[in-house]
Design a protein. Structure first.
Length: 220
């Protein structure tokens, strides 16, 4: 899952990004409202964490502009303000949830996961079954037959990209974009390392390499 944080308090934004990355999300961060609107409109995000008090364009206007453009991405608004009017205004512009600073990081993660589950339940089932393999993207659990397979957050995130497109070819660039982030400038072969680990844990025949194109998850 790919998240966008639009927050001008850089220390807070980077702290949130670090924590959410450890949870297995790919996280992009911008610090300006106009830049946030552009990034959210151009990128393929599963959720946006949006501060209200931003330079360039405030969060209310960013949220309203995204909804006016037909963007249905879940939006969790953050603000240092407190009051029913502010919350109502945020929700009226199209936000899905609202969190007042200072907040607990644990609560923020719980809200993020709840919004993602809510969105998933409105569409495809979070449980994917491919032969003996069962992947629950909401609970982040993987089973091979009756046995649960232990995966790290990053390993699960890579597998999830293949599972939701089972039978289709997923390119290395697509995996990098959704599991790492747009600013990742490390070795792109990191994807091959994770694919190799998944093959070892899940079975070598499940993930097929399509030369020059990417990887395809196949039911066996």
């Amino acid at each position: 899952m790919r998240l966008l944080i639009v927050e001008d308090e850089k220390r807070l934004a980077l702290s949130l990004a670090k924590g959410l990355t450890a949870e297995g999300f790919a996280v992009d961060v911008v610090h300006d409202g106009r830049e946030g609107l552009h990034q959210a409109g151009e990128g393929s995000y599963d959720l946006v964490i949006l501060d209200i008090m931003l330079p360039g364009m405030n969060g209310y206007r960013v949220c309203a502009a995204l909804r006016a453009a037909g963007q249905d991405v879940p939006i969790l608004m953050l603000t240092a303000k407190d009051g029913e009017y502010d919350e109502a205004e945020g929700l009226d512009t199209g936000a899905d949830d609202y969190l007042t600073k200072p907040f607990s990081y644990v609560v923020l993660v719980a809200r993020v996961k709840a919004l993602l589950r809510r969105r998933g339940s409105a569409g495809a089932s979070p449980v994917h079954v491919l032969g003996e393999l069962k992947v629950d993207t909401a609970a982040q659990q993987v089973f091979r037959g009756e046995d649960e397979i232990s995966l790290t957050a990053k390993e699960f995130a890579v597998l999830e990209q293949l599972v939701v497109r089972a039978g289709e070819v997923v390119s290395k660039a697509q995996i990098l974009e959704h599991v790492w982030d747009f600013a990742y400038d490390g070795d792109p072969n990191i994807v091959e390392v994770y694919i190799s680990t998944l093959r070892r844990k899940l079975g070598a025949s499940l993930i097929r390499t399509v030369r020059g194109a990417g990887y395809r998850l196949e039911a066996r």
